[in-house]
Design a protein around this ligand. Structure first.
Ligand code: GLA
Ligand code: ZN
Length: 680
């Protein structure tokens, strides 16, 4: 449990009372109660208020707020206020200001704007965390620390450059080793002195955000900036832990956010929390996958849904209103995938600046008679009734997909073979196929213990880190099923190619050699022609983006390319290896192929779908104490019917027994509780 002082699904969100007057606070108290809100995230952007100048700290407003909320039955998720530095700091200590990708020194403005290697920022952020911890260490309202906010953005200033050189020295030891790791004899880039190394941006090696002349330095700079921001988090976290060892610490993450290696971050967090902002046309399976990733960051531990909007957003080009029922549906989708909280940005809508059109529980009209408020209040009641029933319940997936940030960076920076190759999309294709099949799937790191799973899929595993290939060999030889795809096993952790034929270190377990890599033009396709019918797979399927031209060495050929000069060569292979098997998918297939392919693999492993449901009806499972909780999420606007099986289950939300053919209204949710013995 995240904090036993509130043993239920937390309900609430970001709250900015500092933007309002006392009369409004009284109204907030009344409305929070009406909505069943029991947690408020406060003090996220209040540094300017808490420390109006270098010498003065003033927490009177915060004392008062915490007292008022707590008296009213509302706990706090306490921000450390360091997500935007105060104006006096920027004026007095310009080292807090970042230098951007174009090499321009920023001025005061925006947020999440401090240089992570600024001595001033680091010092004062840590002091702030320490002061807050001292002040509120005994206050029963404080459930959890919320450090800064949505860390992100890179800096290219001289302090960062100097820190980068130190980071490199720690990683490589000598300049010689750096020269080797980056292959600097290419284009005569040999570094003679540490100071020759400058940050990679548009003034040096990079352009366009992820185009670079030198993958080595660009890749390391991403690692370094992720580490630098993580160091800022750790400085605050250490202060908090020292003074309040029993209060958990988190910072809010952003799903597949590209810039930070969240697997590394999660190791430093007590609980993962994240902000979920899909747009109306985001595929449901993409949101599901992001939740699964957040769950996977700490090996399956429940996470916090820290933010979502109750109604609209403001920062998308078109900010559609969440349709009736959708806020509840998406809240339960988060819970289904492992969230133990449902929280919003924001509780009351601001009147000025860029978030005044961002939805809130309390809208500008100020009262409770709005659709959004009513929906929030209904959900609040429902969560109160759920109590602690599903807190801490886990996923019991037997299928996992590997996702890795460093692999993503390396791939995106790779300069060829195709700009159409998007790592997250390829991962999503596999996740989506399993999602459509109602097969519970985890998203895991390359370091995760593979032996928990029957099937492990590593789409586009371009970078093979040290020891990974051996772990895959072990997993497969003990009976596991491993899948990887085109453009895998190409480089090591420094983005240096593994010589001796692709897929490098994975060649033995895959039993193939990829001789060439062909990029297809937009609209161009090849075909996957099945050699024989295999389950639902028969005849031919389109494929594209990249086609590896491969030779089966020890692998068996299941399908061949249908056209072009490599027509008739293998595109899908299976290699028996020890007790298990490894499949190589040499191109990027369509969803029909992937669903058939993955259904076959699951069937071979005896893995059954959680239930059979019509399209748009998602099924996810959490398990706890011998009980299974099947979440049925109807994303369709219309009612749907599905077969809930013969075993009796109890729907926690409607409090009815359910069996056989069940009708679920449009955008409705069920949580079917059944004993695991009955279910299996
Ligand atoms: C992010 C931030 C919030 C707010 C919301 C608006 O998630 O953390 O402070 O800006 O976006 O959607
Ligand atoms: Zn900097």
């Amino acid at each position: 449990m995240i904090n036993e002082n509130l043993p239920k699904m937390w309900y609430g969100g970001d709250y900015n009372p500092e933007q309002w007057d006392a009369e409004t606070w009284t109204e907030d108290d009344r409305l929070f109660k009406l909505a069943g809100i029991d947690v408020a995230t406060i003090n996220v952007f209040s540094w300017a208020l808490n420390q109006p100048n270098e010498e003065t700290y003033d927490f009177a407003w915060l004392d008062e707020t915490i007292e008022r909320l707590y008296k009213n039955g509302v706990y706090v998720c306490l921000g450390t206020s360091t997500a935007a530095h105060p104006a006096w700091m920027a004026r007095k200590y310009p080292d807090v200001l970042r230098v951007d990708y174009e090499g321009r020194k920023r001025k005061f403005g925006g947020r999440h704007n401090s240089c992570p290697n600024s001595p001033t920022y680091r010092k004062y952020a840590a002091v702030m965390a320490g002061k807050l911890a001292q002040r509120y260490k005994d206050h029963p309202a404080v459930l959890i620390w919320h450090v800064a906010n949505e860390y992100g953005g890179y800096c290219y200033c001289d302090n960062c450059a100097a820190a980068f050189r130190v980071w490199l020295e720690q990683r490589y030891g000598t300049l010689d080793a750096v020269n080797k790791a980056w292959n600097t004899r290419f284009w005569g880039h040999t570094f003679y002195d540490w100071d020759d190394i400058v940050v990679p941006n548009t003034l040096s090696e990079e352009w366009g955000g992820n185009r670079t002349n030198f993958q080595g330095i660009s890749l390391d700079y991403r690692r370094f900036q992720s580490d630098s921001l993580l160091d800022c988090y750790k400085l605050e976290r250490d202060e908090l832990r020292r003074i309040t060892p029993d209060i958990p610490v988190t910072t809010n993450l952003m799903g597949f956010y590209p810039e930070l290696d969240y697997f590394k971050w999660a190791k430093e967090m007590d609980v993962v929390s994240w902000d979920n902002y899909p747009s109306l046309d985001t595929p449901y399976s993409f949101t599901a996958m992001a939740h699964a990733l957040m769950r996977g960051l700490k090996g399956g531990q429940p996470f916090m849904l820290m933010e979502q909007t109750p109604g609209v957003q403001n920062w998308q080009p078109y900010n559609s209103a969440k349709r009736p029922g959708v806020m509840r549906l998406w809240s339960y989708q988060a819970v289904a995938h492992g969230a133990d909280t449902v929280m919003f940005f924001q509780l009351r809508r601001s009147i000025g600046a860029c978030e005044k059109y961002h939805g809130a529980v309390i809208e500008h009209v100020g009262h409770e008679h709005t659709r959004v408020f009513r929906e929030c209040a209904e959900l609040g009641k429902e969560l109160q009734l759920l109590g602690d029933r599903i807190l801490d319940a886990r996923s019991d997936a037997k299928v996992a997909i590997i996702y890795d940030w460093e692999n993503r960076w390396a791939l995106e920076l790779s300069s060829g073979p195709s700009v159409a190759l998007n790592y997250v999309n390829e991962v999503h294709k596999y996740y989506d196929a399993l999602y459509q099949l109602n097969i519970q799937t985890d998203i895991i790191s390359v370091e995760e213990d593979l032996s928990k799973y029957d099937v492990v899929i590593a789409p586009v595993m371009y970078m093979v880190k040290q020891g990974f290939a051996q772990r895959v060999e072990q997993f497969v030889s003990r009976g596991g099923t491993f899948v990887t795809t085109f453009f895998s096993g190409i480089v090591n952790e420094n983005d240096l190619v593994t010589l001796g034929g692709y897929p490098g270190e994975l060649r033995k377990v895959m039993g193939i050699w990829a001789e060439e890599i062909d990029a297809l033009l937009p609209g161009q396709q090849n075909q996957i022609d099945m050699k024989e019918e295999w389950g639902a797979l028969r005849e031919s399927y389109p494929c594209g983006i990249l086609c590896d031209v491969i030779h089966a060495e020890t692998a068996e050929v299941l399908a061949e390319y249908g056209t072009d000069f490599y027509k008739g060569t293998p595109v899908l292979t299976k290699n028996a290896f020890g007790e298990g098997q490894a499949y190589y998918v040499a191109s990027s297939p369509d969803s029909q192929f992937l669903q058939g392919f993955l259904a076959n693999l699951c069937q071979e492993q005896g893995l059954k779908p959680l239930l059979d449901t019509p399209p748009g009806v998602e099924v996810v499972e959490r398990v706890k104490d011998g009980s299974s909780y099947l979440f049925i999420l109807n994303h369709n606007a219309e009612e749907m019917t599905f077969d809930a099986g013969s075993a009796n289950s109890f729907d926690l939300l409607s409090s009815r027994q359910v069996a056989g053919h069940v009708t679920i209204p449009g955008r409705d949710v069920m949580i079917l509780e059944r004993s695991i013995a009955a279910h299996s």
